[in-house]
Design a protein around this ligand. Sequence first.
Ligand SMILES: [Zn+2]
Ligand SMILES: [Zn+2]
Length: 623
Amino acid sequence: MRIVRVVVAITAFGLVINVSTDTFGHDTHSHNPRRSADKYQADATSRSRMWTIKSLTGDHTPTMVKGTLLTADHDQVRLQTLDGRVISTSIKTLTAEDLKFVHQRQERMLELNTQPFVRLTAFQSKDNQGVANPPALANFFKPFAKTIRFHWDRDFLFVESTGMPDHPMMTGITAWQQQVPIPQAYTGNNAWKIPLHPVPAQNPMSTKEHFFRGAIALAVNGVPIFNPIKNNGKTDTLLAGELDRWGGHCGRADDYHYHIAPVHLEKIVGAGNPVAVALDGYAIYGYNDPNGKPPTDLDWLNGHKGPDGTYHYHATKTFPYLNGGFYGEVIELNGQVDPQPRAQGVRPHLPGLKGATIVGFEKQSANSYCVKYEVFGQPRSVQYSIGDNGVVTFTFVSEQGTTTETYSARRRGEGGGRRDTEAAPTQKQRGNKKQEEGWVTNDPIHMALDVNSDGKIDGSELRRIGVVLREFDSDRDGLVAVDEIRKSEHGGNEPQGGRGVRGPQSDNGPRQPWILVHATEIDLDKNGMISRNEIVGEAVHAFKGYDTNNDGQLNRSELDVRGGSRSAMGGFIKGHAKEIDRDLDGVVSRDEVVNNAERMFSKLDANSDDLITAEELESGRRN
Ligand SMILES: [Zn+2]
Ligand SMILES: [Zn+2]
């Protein structure tokens, strides 16, 4: 099934924007916006119906809500009640009848969403007045009309792109997550959607505290731009060496994106023209104004009003590098601007590669590329080709030989970063790498070592073998008996309750994934799902509880302080400090804690959509 990310009532969209954006951050996840309810009243009444929302948390009384369907994507619907409240709920909480209604509305909106194309050819039609001429915003994208497509309606400019720029990529990266640029399908209902009539926000939101996930702007060449601060809410991607010479790199879905304003595009668009548009609809210029002079009155969002009275942002050479927040109204949902297109991965995402520097990038043909890199000075490369059928073949060349991995076509609706389960990856081997068949194992030692669960034990994982074996030595006699392995708490490397930090589960039966055991504590907004932010937030919170000298790392004495961090996550960090300390330097850094939380999260987030649903949680249960 395709991801259907459609705004179900386009006319209502302006209203969603008007609803205070903290709506979705409240504990009750429903909240009364003080304005705009009146405007909406008529529309809401005309389409409102009674909804039955089932409980996912054992309390079996369903809630009845009278309201209108605002938006629906593949797993989430938003309803607006007659008094203007917006309720966000998982599609799994809906009855079959309500779900049928949602699907009917989606189909209808799919039809409606194709109409902007029709309007383009219907210039003379009276009811398309104001739509026939391209909006001024479209002109910014025109220099790239060969590689991107755009269309518009009264309210939005829709930009379709692959996210692949014309310039080379990757060279210059010194902190690399092993992802490579693969074209994305930001098309159709997954296109970029930029408001043509931006509305100044009453309380502009800063990118220092918000929007650590997803895009915050779109470059005029169709490449998304993410927050310069990484999704851990801390790392400046540019300063950390994560970006190439063009200010970009690839995400977990092998999706290329920038993290700073692509000022180099001025060479193509001409100095003094915008290089990007923020997702609130306001343009982003380079370092200078159209008059060639640098602005002198930038506000805290890196913006100001130009001579014509229109607000715009500027690039800067230091943080925030581009819009430092949104002057205009945007919706924040799960830590990102909503809605926005999704990237789709073809393979499980990879961990950072220590000692790697990317030294070259080649586009070998229309659909094949080669990234050349060095690891501690040793040359390696990954060459990859995308077939017409969407099959991507990767060939890794290193001093140890050559390995080929093939991943079948991405399928929309399944989320990114997922290995296709129907067509198992085929492996062709040369050189001395071991055949990688059967990557699922029940061997406790193997599972304990394989921290990233990719079925392989790589060099950095292998270096932990001493630590891991000592963990099995439950009677601390310096010997690891077979019995100790058998009854080990590991049962895999899934972060679990840990020694002395038992979660609320019975001592009989297999130990369950930590997230499963602690789901109710982590699910802060009580929406029956666990977001990446919730678990990372919990980890950061617990970390801070221990880090008494605020140096960003935890030593044993900080961890041993009585009281310390009293949450379940705090107990977990204390109990698993040795495993969390991936670089074995004897202290637990904030990044290590965050990465550990991310790994725990990714294991249960089967479709990589950054939400663990009740269903995903259940399917993580060990029997
Ligand atoms: Zn990034
Ligand atoms: Zn300016």
